[in-house]
Design a protein around this ligand. Sequence first.
Ligand code: AMP
Length: 559
Amino acid sequence: MQEQLSYVHGAHDVPLIGETIGPFLAGVARRFADNDALVVPHQDVRWTYAELNARVTRLAAGLLALGLRPGDRVGIWSQNCAEWVLVQFATARAGLVMVNINPAYRRSELEYVLNKVQCSALVMAPAFKSSDYIAIIEDVVPEVRGSVPGKLQSSGLPHLRHVIRLGTEKTPGMLNFDDLLAAPTTVQLAQLADIEAALQFDEPVNIQFTSGTTGSPKGATLTHHNILNNGFFVGEAMKLGPADRLCIPVPLYHCFGMVLGNLACVTHGATMVFPGESFEPKAVLATVEAERCTGLHGVPTMFITLLDHPDFANYDLSTLRTGIMAGAPCPAQVMSRVIEKMHLAEITIAYGMTETSPVSFQSSVDDPVHLRVSTIGRIHPHLEVKIVDAAGRIVARGVKGELLTRGYSVMLGYWGDEEKSREAIDAAGWMHTGDLAVIDAQGFAAIVGRAKDMVIRGGENIYPREIEEFLYRHPKVLDVQCVGVPDKKYGEELCACVVLRPGTQATEDEIRAFCSGQIAHYKIPRYVRFVEGFPMTVTGKIQKYLLRELVTTELGLAG
Ligand code: AMP
């Protein structure tokens, strides 16, 4: 009877890795010492595994020399770069917890996350695109300018001691990243060895912020065991090996970059290739050709942009074999074009969420194409998934319900938020994803909708509640509801429906300008509609789906 229920278990004969990330990297560096580990053409970086490992040790010792101790949180606020990788592995080696900060975050988000997890140190880029990070941090922590590096005392962020900037220019009160890369002393090496020996794989190594239905971002806290194993099995599904060179244009601050990209490579002795600081289609095409990449990751929007690029045909992409498309529903037609036109015959689809490290379903390179384009594949090794109805009972195969995940990949919880953690992970250890899915008789799953109120714009998640709470601060806004509306390029765009206070008037631009510089650009509503009220149920509950239908039609986006 049981096989007819929507419960699947990834029974597998390859065991889980029972190590922390530091010693694991050292082992890889011994086995694949001379293999390219990291290539970042725009920074002129080309490090072998032996070189990467040595730099990681230097940085780990440098961080400890600042007085940081195992368990302390270290924020990283930067676009993709080689230093990001060093911070990822050095914090792991030193028992520190790396906190990923979205490069698109602005003042209010930055202040919130640094405070929430009490970061002791922040590694940051000086600037990125339109954002002057130094100006933002000096605004959030005005004390930094007059402080001695390493002795910061800030009233707003009392835990923050060190601000470490990338690049060679000096900024008052800040350390330079390269200052932390001095050759370690024997005493420091012994201290590192002691830390590595004591560290357990179930300890936290990384906090990633995801937003939630309640407004503020929540810090999903992941362990060595969580992400090292997920990276390993993601690489297994792509059949990665030491000869592979994976082009990683997806952001490192998200699991897609640092787990599906970096850790999948490191666990297989493969090469990480960063085509740029952020996604830039021409640079991706040029890097795949120049570096003879065998793999390429991306959210569906990125693949669409590459395929439609006017210079697409001028690049030789024939070395490509595999990669992952994930993060949002992957249209079958895009998958087919990617297989046909980009030589990605072995591309796989993955599904997951930050809270589960992230991947729980992935198609394998040899699944039939029709299943690779229409499903998210089968359950990942060692994990369990069940699909349940509103009462929490497992539904029959083929019946829609909420997808729940259990196993080694489930996060410890949300940092400093027990209540939210308990809502997300139930007493039996199941993570409630809020995604609606069906599983067929063979175990292939398809995501068919979302029970949670979330918009995915080009792979970036937006929680309407967070934007609504921000817009409530506007003096003219009486009430506001945000919904996702269809968009050809990004999949979805955000629309804010605003009820103005009586007697006031406002323009769309005025509302958007209020957000600018305060919240990340991708969260700023693309559309603003001024309305009299919202469709309600008899019990006074706002009917978001009706509102979504209404504005979709009004904006002429239906169909
Ligand atoms: P994140 O925590 O940023 O990784 O976002 C996780 C959410 O992205 C999931 O809960 C899904 O709603 C969505 N998602 C991720 N991968 C897929 C996929 N392959 N198909 C459909 N939705 C996806």
